[in-house]
Write a protein that binds this ligand. Structure first.
Ligand code: CP
Length: 358
């Protein structure tokens, strides 16, 4: 089995994401992740297993007896939520997922309140957290930090799993999992996700959820991807390269209305101006054509789905919120269930939960 202890940090960082995958698995050949770092760790089989486990957990949790059983499964484990970037949904849904599984938690939500403020390195901080906890769920503005920390921990005296809850502009794998879970549930009684057209709209250049979800969608047959954005914020070259290499049908355009008409799902994103190189740079981009309102809703297919990772600003008008095709509120809640499934699977609980009598 490929192990992070058998490869230097530098050699590991030079591998392609696909080549890194076996180093991050829980057990050889099983496919489920130990460290969850990027979307390339999930193929269709694993996605289906996690969606099935999430459905099972949400069903078991409906009864008092089932909920109490779930609270025992990881009652002996502790999770550290290390979020050095703002978050509402990702932080709270991971926290709630831990609570569903009975894990106790600790958190750092601002590096200024930890000893990093005194100059401690990320490596030393992570080693410190691993002394007290059994899993680290981390969000950072720094690209690749979760991966570096996974290597560090695997090569430490107390290896524990890392779960990437958003790293710089590159990846947000658990968001992509909840997006896929939402899409699968949206279309499960309507013939499934295969053969669908999914449109991404907004700040596609800096939206890490777009990079991760675009990759996960390539696991489904004949899913066309349409990217709608102002030229300055269009989908980055690395995403396009992956789609081209995999022979995925895709289109790049600035015409939202035409895209909506042919789409089964529309995934809106906000302008990520926190990444602006100069203050106010995003405000100079004309984004008026990249908003979803009553007119766009009237163009969306009757059985279509409107998604957004949230938070939103004005890219989806509130008049869409009560439409049955608006999935963004369900998407948030789905995040709690799929993250509970991922955490449970990381600790080897897929089979016990699937087979339990509840
Ligand atoms: N979608 C998402 O990552 O939301 P938060 O920033 O609120 O966690």
């Amino acid at each position: 089995m490929a192990k992070l202890t058998d490869i230097s940090r530098e050699d590991f960082s030079r591998l392609s994401l696909e080549a890194k995958r076996p180093y991050l698995e829980r057990c050889e050949g099983d496919g489920l992740p130990y460290h969850t770092l990027f979307a390339q760790q999930f193929d269709r089989g694993i996605l289906e297993r996690l969606c099935t486990l999430a459905n099972r957990i949400r069903f078991i949790n409906k009864s008092r007896e089932g909920a109490l059983y779930l609270k025992t499964v990881l009652a002996h484990k502790r999770a550290m939520l290390y979020f050095s970037q703002p978050s509402s949904r990702t932080f709270l849904s991971h926290l709630a997922a831990c609570q569903i599984l009975g894990m106790t938690t600790g958190s750092v939500r601002d590096a200024a309140t930890s000893s990093e403020f005194k100059g401690e390195s990320h490596e030393d901080s992570i080693r410190t957290f691993s002394s007290y906890f059994d899993m680290i769920i981390m969000r950072s503005p720094e690209q690749g930090l979760a991966e570096r920390m996974a290597w560090e921990l695997s090569n430490s005296s107390r290896p524990i799993p890392i779960l990437n809850a958003g790293s710089g502009k590159d990846q947000h794998p658990t968001q992509a999992l909840l997006d896929i879970y939402t899409l699968v549930r949206s279309f499960e009684t309507k013939g499934g996700l295969d053969g669908r057209t999914v449109t991404f709209c907004g700040d596609l250049m800096r939206g890490r959820t777009v990079r991760s979800l675009s990759y996960l969608l390539t696991n489904f047959r004949d899913v066309k991807q349409i990217f709608v954005a102002p030229q300055e914020l269009q989908v980055p070259a690395d995403v396009v390269m992956i789609l081209a290499k995999k022979g995925i049908d895709f289109e790049v355009t600035d015409d939202l209305k035409s895209a909506v008409k042919v789409s089964d799902a529309v995934y809106m994103t906000r302008i990520q101006d926190e990444w602006d190189s100069s203050k106010g740079a995003s405000a100079r981009i004309d984004t008026s054509k990249f908003k979803f309102g009553a007119e766009e809703l009237s163009l969306l297919k009757k059985d279509g789905a409107l998604l957004h990772p949230l938070p939103r600003r004005d890219e989806i008008a509130t008049c869409c919120d009560r439409d049955p095709r608006a999935m963004y509120w369900r998407q948030m809640r789905n995040g709690m269930w799929i993250r509970a499934a991922l955490i449970a699977a990381t600790f080897g609980l897929e089979k016990p939960i699937m087979d339990c009598g509840y």
